[in-house]
Write a protein that binds this ligand. Structure first.
Ligand SMILES: *[C@@H]1O[C@H](CO)[C@@H](O)[C@H](O)[C@H]1NC(C)=O
Ligand SMILES: *[C@@H]1O[C@H](CO)[C@@H](O)[C@H](O)[C@H]1NC(C)=O
Ligand SMILES: *[C@@H]1O[C@H](CO)[C@@H](O)[C@H](O)[C@H]1NC(C)=O
Ligand SMILES: *[C@@H]1O[C@H](CO)[C@@H](O)[C@H](O)[C@H]1NC(C)=O
Length: 443
């Protein structure tokens, strides 16, 4: 192999540095070559051997043979969107300086234990959108500097215990859109520095104790699985976790005892679950929680007055598009002294109590698409909406019949709204068309 390389270097000689294939862009200063979407079917061999960046994305490469041996100084190599079906033995053995290797959107169904030999400085490996069924143990032992490993959209369903052995620098792992039914907890034990883990869109049904032994993890996505159950101790090690998404699963209750271990969590999403109720103290222990999202839960019909008592740091609450939610307890929002944005859009709320939150201190309030009954109980809202500097989104009345579709702000601005006429003495009331219509109907 070595003699082949020297022979070729000899033949090619000094002329190599000047060669730039047609359709490519060559920057001799970097030096860098981009040959993107030019139907190449092999890696060009006559480029500047001092090349640092080589981008061959969107071509027709099917294999990589010896060509890369010419480019020992490469730091970034992009082979994404090609037709590679596998990586053979020592494909990158000369790439001792390589930091980023992009192989996404190929058709790679297997890698060899020896495929990544030589990549001792590699920090980013992108193998997403391929056809990988497994990663042989020890494959990644040749890439000890790896910080980011992207394996999304493959066919992985399990990972052997030693898969990640030695990856003490790995900070981000993406195994979303694979076939995992269980979290590969024993493989994760090697990832002592992992900060971000994405396991969304797999086939998980439960999360068990020992599945997430990741004490440095700050961000975890379990979106789009079929999780029905989270063991009480399953999240115990996640004391550094700041962002957790459990949306689009099959949870039927808030997993309160499991969540209570998450002392650092600031953002939690439980949207698109089968949750029926938010019970008292549902978020106990989540003392840093600032953002909570519970949207599009088709079964959610009941919220306890004490559901949010432990959420005193909450700044953004999204409780929207829950079609069975007809009312909220008047005291629900009282513990939320720091609340800045409240999204209650698309529920079936008929009314909202004026005294239940510091409404005028909110920077954003969305009550659109509910079933609001525009009677005197909503006068506080009409008045807020009528302020010229309001940040509140306008809402339409659903009831009574004569006000259906009327915007609440207009109803006050034009004093055309029957709803507020009799609320108290100082309500201005001018006879209008709306007024007339309903009066004539009444008489
Ligand atoms: C991908 O590889 C499989 C075999 O592993 C082959 O059957 C298929 O045709 C390949 N797809 C493309 C687009 O080359
Ligand atoms: C959702 O919950 C309801 C009632 O709690 C149950 O009947 C239904 O099977 C659940 N749906 C799923 C997809 O788990
Ligand atoms: C306004 O309508 C709501 C919802 O139907 C009802 O709960 C409330 O008591 C009504 N308020 C008044 C003052 O009629
Ligand atoms: C809007 O204006 C009113 C009176 O002009 C004032 O009291 C209120 O604080 C203002 N609100 C905001 C959000 O600026």
């Amino acid at each position: 192999m070595i003699w082949v390389r020297w022979l070729l270097l000899l033949v090619v000689g000094a002329a190599a540095s000047a060669f730039c294939p047609s359709g490519c862009t060559c920057n001799e200063d970097m030096p860098e070559v981009q040959c993107v979407g030019v139907t190449l079917n092999m890696v060009p061999m006559l480029l500047n051997p001092a090349l640092k960046n080589l981008n061959l994305a969107h071509n027709r490469l099917r294999t990589i043979n010896q060509e890369l041996l010419f480019y020992e100084n490469l730091e970034k190599l992009d082979l994404s969107h090609n037709l590679l079906s596998g990586l053979s033995h020592e494909s990158f053995v000369a790439q001792r300086e390589l930091r980023q290797l992009r192989l996404s959107h190929n058709n790679i169904s297997s890698v060899e234990k020896t495929s990544f030999i030589g990549l001792s400085k590699l920090s980013l490996l992108d193998l997403s959108s391929n056809a990988l069924r497994d990663i042989p143990p020890d494959t990644l032992s040749h890439t000890p500097s790896l910080q980011v490993l992207l394996l999304s959209h493959n066919r992985l369903h399990s990972l052997a215990v030693p898969t990640f052995r030695g990856l003490v620098n790995l900070e981000r792992l993406d195994i979303s859109e694979n076939y995992f039914r269980q979290l590969p907890g024993t493989a994760f034990t090697e990832l002592s520095e992992l900060k971000s883990l994405d396991v969304s869109r797999n086939r998980l049904v439960e999360v068990l104790e020992g599945d997430l032994p990741l004490p440095r993890l700050t961000s975890l996505s379990l979106d789009g699985n079929s999780i029905e159950n989270i063991d009480a101790a399953a999240l115990h090690y996640l004391e550094a976790l700041e962002v957790l998404s459990l949306s689009n699963n099959l949870l039927s209750t808030v997993p309160t005892s499991a969540l209570s271990a998450l002392v650092s969590v600031e953002s939690l999403s439980l949207s698109r679950n089968n949750i029926t109720e938010l019970s008292a103290g549902a978020f106990v222990g989540l003392r840093r929680l600032t953002t909570l999202e519970i949207s599009r839960c088709p079964m959610l019909s009941s919220v306890s007055a004490a559901a949010l008592v432990h959420c005193s740091k909450l700044r953004t609450l999204t409780l929207s598009h829950n079609p069975l939610l007809r009312s909220l307890p008047a005291t629900l929002f009282q513990p939320l002294a720091d609340l800045q944005a409240l999204d209650l859009r698309g529920n079936s709320l008929e009314t909202v109590e004026g005294g239940s939150a510091p409404w005028d201190a909110l920077q954003a309030l969305d009550l659109r698409d509910n079933s609001l009954v525009c009677n005197c109980s909503l006068r506080w809202l009409a008045e807020l909406l009528a302020q010229p500097n309001t940040t509140i989104l306008d809402v339409q009345c659903a009831m009574p019949d004569n006000l259906r579709g009327v915007h609440l702000s207009r109803s006050v601005a034009y004093t055309s709204c029957l709803a507020f006429r009799h609320c108290d003495e100082d309500t201005i009331s001018v006879a209008t068309e709306v007024d007339h219509d309903s009066q004539s109907r009444q008489s």
